[in-house]
Design a protein around this ligand. Structure first.
Ligand code: ADP
Ligand code: MG
Length: 710
């Protein structure tokens, strides 16, 4: 991600650390250097990082217990007086203290390691505060390596608060962490662009505390509270912190968005090229397609760069919408780049749409990593000379060597397969300092709460209906042992003139093993299905071969196509009516839904068969159940989110986008709208920005390198 910052400094600084962050910045070096390094491993650098290092759980050391009341296996705290000391010897390393409490009940304390300095302080008559568990051994009561502290007199106040237990790292003591957190809380000035009263009023909840109060509460809850209850975060303090985080996130996203408004983009007017294309389509656009096309056109006509996500379930017809937008640009003498994550998908787009584009006079080219160097050079030169209107391809288009004479629109298909930095690098492809318009497409529907939270600086268009005439895909779950029956079904399907995908899974993340499995499977199927043409396609196949196989499948010369997950996205062969997925339990939910979406595109009734192995994990069962029960991508996405959590779901981990640390979108969902509006108000309030805004963002985004950029 560092690359993004380097190539476009200061643009979009959604999360770039503002200069004013110093106010909450690095703490004075009150900590031991060795600890300092360990803190850094936990991402703890500035005071706010410590304040936001939340406890895993709490221990209750607020009470003193008499030995007589001790229950085996429960941690307790008591004050004990040393009666006798049995120091370690050369042959016996254990140090024993014989102690008694105020009632005269006795207990032996055993230590496996004592420092001479400790030993020197342990004298008969000395009082100790002891924390540990009592067990019953040969000598009566005993405690094994308890935590002890010297005490002047028994019975003085024990801890006033519950004791937090923090996520730690090797060599870092809880004590050091607690102290560092306490010190940080003592110094911290938490920026509050919206005060607690205003916040409570806006959210319509009872009075919320100030952030610092809420943080203190979470780090040291008062005695008498049930540690479990605090861990469940039902206190207003927890709500305050969650709301603060969501507010910081909204402020950050909306700032990025506001900054984009100061950028410029070429204005693209309607052209009759797009109209002519439409007139020639063999179908009518659905109402949903018309609507989103209208939204895109309105964006293109403005001099601000479009930043739009086009969402629609598998098969909802996103591509034609994008192409019509592309034709508007081409008609206006702009260039267009269409990016796909795999060669197969790029090839599909080419095969399907190039005839139409060529017929309209658009000059198109194909650019992927697999081309010969001379060919790539030729295409690059043609792009710079504006001899090409539309370039279609894969990551190769992103290379910095690829420059355009006048790029107006960049389209990214299956955008979740690209990193944030990759998507953003498209914006640097204009030479006059303005930005091209950016249209991203995704078939992974994003639930509203997530979209609002993570993508609120994107405009979203949704195609919410499928084209007419689609037949729903019937989904079946089948035990792997019933594979022979299934092969018979495949035979029938093929003999009746329909086509079959047979997908082999990822095996232990090893591509070569995958491949072997897929090859064996293809060989086996063609042996069993005598007289039926079986093909094989996988990621390692040379481009030309891939194209040949896909074309043969398209034309029906290949009836059964064995594939690795390369066909996961976007492949469109309407005659295919049966999708078999082997070891379906190894696929992700979104992947299964995508794969299933490859069939049911024509008029024949279609089926998706999920073969599953033995010993399924609970998560795997949940996934299979969800695809079995639901057809709707949004419903599937909701389940996926539940099973995987937002980070995995959005693919954010790899893209370096920061995740929420405390807030829970499900629980906080009712407040999202208000928080979003509040953020907008705060940003609109004064002409020069309130310094508390960048400070707050810096607190929550921490010292972590990952910055939210798009
Ligand atoms: P996806 O949204 O999954 O990318 P595609 O763009 O691949 O979907 O479209 C799926 C199929 O539906 C394609 O064959 C496309 O030509 C066809 N299609 C798109 N729009 C319509 C429509 N309005 N009516 C009928 N078929 C359509
Ligand atoms: Mg598609």
């Amino acid at each position: 991600m560092a690359q993004v910052g380097a190539t476009s400094p200061g643009r979009e600084g959604g999360g770039s650390a503002p200069p004013t962050a110093a106010r909450v910045g690095p703490a004075p070096a009150a900590r031991a250097p060795a600890d300092e390094r360990r803190f850094a491993l936990l991402g703890l650098r500035q005071d706010s990082d410590f304040a936001l290092h939340f406890p895993l759980r709490y221990e209750d050391w607020t009470r003193l217990t008499r030995l007589a009341a001790a229950r085996a296996g429960e941690p307790l705290q008591c004050d004990l007086r040393i009666r006798a000391v049995q120091p370690p010897t050369r042959t016996r390393q254990v140090c024993r203290l014989h102690t008694e409490d105020e009632s005269g009940d006795t207990v032996h304390l055993s230590f496996f390691k004592v420092f001479p300095s400790q030993l020197a302080q342990w004298k008969p008559g000395q009082w100790l505060r002891v924390q540990g568990e009592v067990s019953h051994g040969l000598l009566g009561r005993e405690m094994l390596h308890p935590v002890v502290r010297l005490l002047r007199a028994p019975g003085s106040a024990p801890a006033r608060q519950l004791t937090p237990v923090y996520p730690a790292t090797a060599g870092l003591s809880q004590y050091a962490l607690r102290r560092a957190v306490q010190q940080a809380l003592g110094r911290l000035h938490w920026p509050e662009p919206v005060g607690p009263q205003e916040l409570s009023a806006a959210l319509g909840v009872g009075e919320l505390p100030a952030m610092i109060t809420a943080l203190r509460f979470v780090h040291e809850p008062p005695a008498g509270l049930d540690p479990q209850a605090i861990a469940q975060r039902s206190e207003p303090h927890a709500l305050r912190i969650a709301v603060d985080e969501l507010l910081a996130q909204q402020l950050s996203l909306q700032r990025a968005r506001n900054r984009r408004e100061s950028l410029t983009a070429p204005m693209i007017q309607r052209s009759d090229l797009a109209e002519r294309a439409r007139a020639g389509l063999p179908f009518q656009l659905t109402r949903a397609q018309e609507r989103v096309l209208g939204e895109i056109r309105a964006d293109l006509a403005r001099d601000l760069p479009m930043h739009r996500l086009l969402q629609g379930d598998v098969g909802s017809g996103k591509t034609i919408v994008a192409l019509l937008a592309a034709l508007e640009a081409i008609g206006g003498r702009f260039q267009v780049a269409l990016l796909a994550p795999t060669e197969i998908l790029a090839e599909q787009h080419a095969a399907k749409w190039l005839p139409m584009l060529n017929a309209l006079g658009a000059r198109c080219a194909w650019l992927t990593g697999g081309l010969r160097a001379a060919e790539k050079r030729r295409i690059r030169a043609a792009l710079e000379a504006h001899e090409i209107d539309l370039v279609l391809g894969t990551h190769a288009i992103l290379e910095s060597k690829v420059r355009f004479a006048n790029l107006g629109l960049a389209i990214v298909d299956e955008q979740h397969r690209f990193g944030v930095a990759q998507r953003l690098s498209l914006r640097d492809k204009r030479s006059d300092g303005s930005d091209p318009h950016l249209l991203m497409m995704s078939a992974t529907p994003i639930p509203r709460t997530l979209a609002m939270s993570y993508f609120s600086d994107l405009d979203v268009s949704v195609i919410d209906a499928l084209p007419p005439g689609r037949t729903p895909v019937r989904t079946r779950l089948l035990q792997a042992a019933r594979r022979p029956e299934l092969i018979e079904a495949v035979r029938r399907e093929a003999l009746e003139g329909r086509q079959v995908y047979w997908v082999c899974p990822l095996i232990e993340e090893s591509e070569s093993l995958d491949l072997r499995h897929a090859e064996e499977c293809a060989a086996q199927l063609s042996g069993l299905l005598a007289g039926i043409e079986v093909g094989l396609v996988h990621g390692r196949l040379p481009t030309a071969d891939k194209q040949a196989v896909m074309q043969a499948f398209h034309q029906g010369r290949i009836r059964v196509l064995v594939a690795t997950t390369v066909i996961e996205v976007g492949v469109d062969v309407p005659q295919a009516s049966l999708m078999v997925i082997e070891h379906a339990e190894r696929f992700g939910l979104a992947q299964l839904h995508q794969l299933r979406g490859r069939v049911g595109r024509g008029s024949a009734s279609s089926q998706c068969v999920l073969l599953f192995g033995e010993n399924l994990s609970d998560a795997a069962k949940a996934r299979l159940k969800a695809v079995y029960e639901h057809q709707d991508g949004f419903e599937i996405a909701r389940h996926d989110l539940r099973i995987r959590g937002p980070g995995e779901f959005l693919g954010l981990r790899q893209s370096g986008q920061s995740l929420l640390r405390f807030a829970d979108l499900d629980r906080e969902a009712p407040y999202l709208d208000t928080i979003r509006a509040l953020a907008a108000q705060v940003l609109a309030r004064t002409s020069s920005e309130d310094p508390a805004v960048p400070e707050l963002i810096a607190c929550w985004q921490g010292s972590a390198e990952d910055r939210l950029r798009a």
